[in-house]
Ligand binder design. Structure first.
Ligand SMILES: [Ca+2]
Length: 358
């Protein structure tokens, strides 16, 4: 199963990569970028060629250069990155028009974006308009979507001119308030929507008394205001047995009891309803019982120690011993060490005896 998922994931990422890499760019975007680069090219070539002194000869050549084909070629060479297929294609296809603008139209039509992208190759529209015929966006081309949203296809030859409204607004022209917002001012062409009080789903004003509907987690009182529901005080509280409930504005949360509790009213060992086994109530707190010190023997095997743990205890073999077939046996290494020690002891005693013999 995991392998299949992995494979599907891989397939999906490859697909996303390709669809991304090869999706044709919006031609108006390409054109706008191209015009931007043209202006950059103009700047760069202007700097490059106005450095030195100003002899009459230089001035004549420079002013010639300013409108020369050499300068245009330099600019065109840097219009697109070599990897930008759409840009290179656009330049190739419309090089003649760019030349025409450079030599003949520049003076009269100084706005290259307008002349080239909108009017000549027709890939963009004036802002506030959209689609093949550059029609006005919903809400008009002056203030598309009444300033409360974005017109789909604005400034391009694509899209449908419909509005996608900012979060506060809704309706085809973004003139109505979305749920959770109310209108401070409104007429046929303007709307200004503001957030309701956090307790309201819909409202007519700013306060919790202006709610039409309450948001989930809030309910209407007699005074018609939406107030927080205290979920923790409900007859059937929402948390599990070993959790306690924390109320909050518009919500609640369930938190785990302390490990010493069985049921609790808060987070500490002093807020238990009952102590869990292994704990006992001491000074109003559920406290760990130390089973190793009760006086009763709890670990029964030989060479075994009792270790107290929170809520319980462990019986483990003493140091130098290990559990083998249910018994605490001396470790191999320890046995060897003990033997060596015994032997050494023996040797020493022997040699001592010999010395005494002498
Ligand atoms: Ca609540």
């Amino acid at each position: 199963m995991r392998r299949v998922l992995l494979y599907l994931g891989l397939l999906l990422s490859v697909f996303t990569f390709y669809s991304h890499a090869y999706s044709p760019k919006e031609p108006c975007e390409t054109c706008k970028k191209l015009v931007q680069r043209f202006h950059k090219g103009l700047e760069d070539t202007a700097k490059k060629n106005f450095g030195g002194g100003n002899t009459a000869w230089e001035e004549k050549t420079l002013s010639k250069y300013e409108i020369s084909e050499i300068r245009l070629v330099e600019i065109i060479e840097n219009l697109c990155d070599s990897s930008d297929f759409e840009c290179n294609h656009m330049v190739e296809e419309h090089e003649e028009q760019i030349e025409k603008w450079w030599f003949k139209m520049k003076k009269k039509h100084s706005d290259l974006l307008k002349w080239f992208c909108i009017e000549t190759i027709e890939v963009c529209c004036p802002s506030g308009t959209y689609g093949p015929d550059c029609l006005a966006c919903f809400g008009g081309s002056e203030r598309p979507c009444h300033g409360n949203g974005f017109c789909k296809g604005d400034g391009t030859r694509s899209g449908d001119g419909s509005c996608s409204c900012k979060v506060e607004y809704t309706g085809p022209f973004c003139l109505e308030c979305a749920d959770g917002y109310y209108s401070m001012e409104k007429n046929d062409t303007h709307a200004f929507c503001t957030a309701c009080h956090q307790a309201c789903k819909t409202c007519t004003g700013a306060s919790e008394k202006d709610c039409l509907d309450c948001k989930e987690g809030w309910s209407k009182t007699n005074e018609e205001a939406c107030v927080d529901v205290d979920e923790c005080a409900l007859e059937d509280p929402p948390c599990k047995d070993n959790e306690y409930c924390l109320n909050s504005e518009g919500s609640y949360s369930c938190k785990a009891c302390d490990q010493s509790c069985t049921g609790c009213t808060g987070g500490g060992p002093n807020e238990c309803v009952n102590c869990t086994s292994g704990f006992t109530l001491e000074e109003d707190k559920c406290t760990d019982i130390n089973e190793c010190e009760t006086g009763e023997k709890v670990c029964f095997r030989e060479n075994e120690d009792c270790i107290n743990t929170p809520g319980s205890y462990k019986c483990t073999c003493s140091e130098g011993f290990e559990d083998k077939d249910g018994e605490c046996t001396q470790k191999e290494a320890e046995v060897v060490a003990a033997q060596t020690e015994a032997e050494l002891q023996n040797e020493t005693e022997k040699s001592n005896n010999q010395h005494e013999d002498l």
